[in-house]
Design a protein around this ligand. Structure first.
Ligand SMILES: Nc1ncnc2c1ncn2[C@@H]1O[C@H](COP(=O)(O)OP(=O)(O)OP(=O)(O)O)[C@@H](O)[C@H]1O
Ligand SMILES: [Mg+2]
Length: 473
């Protein structure tokens, strides 16, 4: 029972007057004492309470402070968590990149392995190429030295004794088709023009005439081929080069031959044309032969085709236009020829060229051209007047002795001297009625020089009488 309850009870008793006043006083006194004690206790306990309250407040404040700290720490932890997540993401991204880089590194390493393999191969190839190049350079050096020797030799290399496989010379009596080369080591003397005109004149007599162009300038081919024929030749690659590059026989020669349309009527004129590239081929063949790289004696490739008993089944006469130099083609022409005809201009420098070629021919006779005969010297481009002018006549007369000295035997000089005329320039004047008789006379003289050849066929027209020296129509 609390003091308040007691107080309430006493008050209630008194109000009801159920106890005597003494008791009441005693009770009240006791009550007061108790109250005092209670009061003092209460006072003491209230101090404690305050202290506790203070402590509680302090504790509450501390707890609140701790809460705040906690809150701060939590938000720090959250911040750190976010940072960790970010770092995690970054790490993941970096890991992805590292994986990609690893992949790339793997690829690069594969490529690098392949490249290093290729590098090795390339190095090996380069080494091989370098050594091949060195060898080629050495060969080039050797070849250019040989070419130098050759060009300085002024044709002497062609006097080299026969070597390797040599095509035998089939005598004209067995062949019946005469092979005639027109040659002079001087340019512009009319070799090409006379070749073409003689051929046209012989063909118009009913003979089957084969022209062979061995001058890489191709003047004869240009003179004889019509525009359309030239295109056909180009398209079908019908050049004499093929015979020289492959070697071969009459069939191979015939594959290089084109029948010319320039001849009308019964005439049959054939041409084995040439092209510019022939010069390179000639040099190559000559160098190989001169270096001993070829088993074959290169001087006889043309003879291989022309010295066939079947030649007469195709042609009655062969005329070869030579270049003004001792080329592979020229030497082949001479080695395959029965005769050589030498055109000359009636002027000093040109006249000097005749003894020069004669002395070469004599040298060749002891090697590759044992059967070669000189058919004669034909004057060209003389002044168009009736007789030779004095200067021309003097040159013409002096040529006889000079040629005999060089050749060792007398040389025939054609009575029919071809005059200079614009109708002849670049054209086949032998087919022109105004000039054909000149060529007929020349042909007649030639026939007399080759008595046993098919040139003398009974089918041809009667011979035209030989003209007097310097005679003009
Ligand atoms: N009788 C002539 N009358 C006029 N011109 C001529 C006569 N003969 C040749 N010609 C011309 O002279 C030039 C040289 O002739 P051609 O080409 O026949 O000489 P070539 O000796 O064959 O020369 P190359 O050695 O250069 O081959 C040509 O333009 C040709 O048309
Ligand atoms: Mg010529």
């Amino acid at each position: 029972m609390s003091l308040v309850d007691i107080d309430h009870y006493v008050t209630l008793m008194m109000q009801r007057n159920q106890l005597p006043a003494f008791v009441c006083g005693a009770v009240v006194g006791a009550f007061l004492v108790l109250l005092a004690v209670q009061m003092s206790r209460r006072m003491r306990s209230s101090g404690l309470v305050d202290e506790l309250r203070d402590q509680l407040a302090q504790l509450t404040a501390e707890v609140q402070g701790a809460d705040r700290e906690n809150e701060g720490l939590r938000s720090q932890i959250q911040g750190i968590g976010r940072e960790r997540d970010l770092l995690h993401d970054k790490i993941k991204a970096q890991e992805g990149r590292i994986d990609a880089l690893q992949l790339r590194a793997d690829e690069i390493s594969t490529v690098s392995e392949r490249l290093s393999l290729e590098l090795h191969e390339t190095q090996a190839r380069l080494k091989a190429e370098l050594s091949a190049r060195r060898k080629a350079q050495a060969l080039i050096k050797q070849y250019s030295a040989q070419l130098n020797t050759i060009s300085n030799s002024d044709g002497k290399i062609w006097i080299k004794p026969l070597s390797g496989s040599v095509v035998p010379f089939l005598p004209l009596s067995a062949r019946r088709t005469a092979v005639i080369s027109l040659a002079n080591l001087k340019g512009g003397v009319g070799k090409t023009t006379i070749t073409a005109n003689l051929a046209a004149s012989l063909a118009s007599d009913g003979l089957r005439v084969l022209l062979i162009d061995l001058d890489q300038q191709g003047s004869l081919s240009n003179l004889c081929l019509l525009h359309e024929e030239r295109a056909n030749v180009k398209r079908s690659d019908c050049y004499i080069d093929n015979l020289f590059s492959e070697g071969g026989n009459l069939a191979a020669l015939n594959r290089c031959v084109t029948q010319l349309r320039i001849m009308s009527g019964s005439g049959q004129l054939y041409l084995a044309p040439v092209r510019e590239e022939f010069a390179d081929l000639e040099n190559k063949l000559m160098t190989r032969w001169h270096s001993g790289l070829s088993d074959e004696d290169i001087r006889f490739r043309l003879r291989g085709a022309l010295h066939s008993p079947q030649l007469r089944d195709h042609y009655d006469v062969v005329l070869i236009d030579c270049p003004p130099r001792l080329t592979t083609g020229c030497v082949n022409a001479l080695a395959a020829s029965d005769y050589v005809l030498i055109p000359v201009l009636l002027e000093d420098t040109s006249a000097e060229s005749v003894p020069r070629i004669l002395s070469w021919l004599r040298k060749f006779q002891s090697t590759s051209c044992a059967e070669l005969n000189v058919l004669g010297v034909v004057g060209n481009k003389a002044n168009p007047r009736e007789r030779l002018i004095a200067r021309e006549q003097a040159i013409w007369n002096s040529l006889g002795d000079n040629c005999k000295d060089a050749w060792g035997d007398p040389v025939y000089f054609y009575k029919e001297i071809i005059r200079e005329h614009s109708a002849i320039e670049g054209r086949l004047a032998a087919l022109d009625p105004r000039y054909e008789s000149r060529y007929r006379r020349l042909v007649a003289e030639i026939r007399q020089g080759i008595p046993h050849a098919r040139l003398q066929s009974a089918a041809i027209h009667p011979l035209v009488g030989a003209p007097a020296d310097g005679r003009r129509d």
